[in-house]
Design a protein around this ligand. Structure first.
Ligand code: F6R
Length: 246
């Protein structure tokens, strides 16, 4: 594992984008695994800047997003498809046909999850997977559990996660109760993984993920077994790592 403690969110985002840009330059037809949420927004901004100012070319890139809420259409501004279009895809020369997000609108979400798994298996392995970290240690929407879920699946979101994500909705009642998420299997099969985390609220989850026992109660702890993991975090998220002398 390579752990880089950055001064602040800005530096973390730029370092993360630089690594993704290097991947794109080295392998222009890379498959990128992408995340939504607040954490990667700065990284996506920097990638857009690199596209506009330094000619970073996304034309051959294929993307697989981690997750999508069940019941939200791509036009819904809280859907992850909308998020990706708005925060990255609409601003670079990626081919929209080569961007994939689970279909949250299918009548049978389980079938949608299975179809996404097949698609990921066909397109993958992912060359570089970007992950944020939930305050409860989730990656994608792989929530704390008594076992690691390997395949893409439908998940009932925990109250902690719905609580953490309610800031994007007008009330907690509007936060969907279920999501479709890539499983631990596709994430661990990625050739390279980048985990990003910022802010005090992630400090506990980050120290447990990187230095605690490997357990499905902290889904991100599985990343300790990944052979090519890079972690970029800010000083606040690293505070418990430093405090515990790791
Ligand atoms: C979203 C995702 C989630 C988030 C995590 C952190 O695609 O996979 O695991 O990365 O919930 O969210 P933020 O970045 O909003 O703190």
């Amino acid at each position: 594992m390579y752990l880089s403690i950055c001064r602040d969110y800005e530096e973390m985002s730029v370092r993360c984008a630089q690594l993704i840009a290097a991947q794109i330059r080295l392998e222009p037809a890379s498959v990128l695994g992408l995340a939504t949420g607040s954490t990667p927004v700065g990284c996506y901004k920097e990638l857009i800047r690199l596209y506009n100012e330094e000619g970073l070319d996304f034309s051959e890139i294929e993307t697989i997003n981690l997750d999508e809420y069940v019941g939200l259409s791509p036009e819904n501004d809280q859907s992850y498809r909308y998020f990706m279009n708005h925060n990255l895809f609409d601003h670079v020369n990626v081919d929209p046909q080569l961007t994939h997000v689970p279909d949250g609108l299918r009548d049978n979400p389980q079938e949608s999850a299975e179809a996404y798994e097949t698609q990921a298996e066909w397109i993958g392995p992912i060359d570089m997977q970007l992950l944020g970290l939930g305050p409860n240690g989730h990656i994608g929407f792989n929530e704390p559990d008594d076992h690691f879920s390997v395949a893409t699946h439908v998940v009932e979101l925990t109250e902690t996660t719905r609580e953490a994500n309610k800031r994007f909705f007008s009330s907690i009642d509007e936060v969907p109760t279920h999501a479709i998420t890539l499983g631990i299997g596709q994430i661990m099969k990625a050739r390279k993984v980048i985990l990003i985390a910022n802010g005090e609220a992630k400090a506990e989850a980050l120290v447990k993920a990187l230095f605690g026992p490997v357990t499905p109660e902290v889904p991100a702890s599985i990343l300790q077994l990944h052979p090519d993991l890079t972690v970029f975090c800010d000083e606040a998220a690293a505070s418990k790592i430093v405090e515990n002398g790791f």
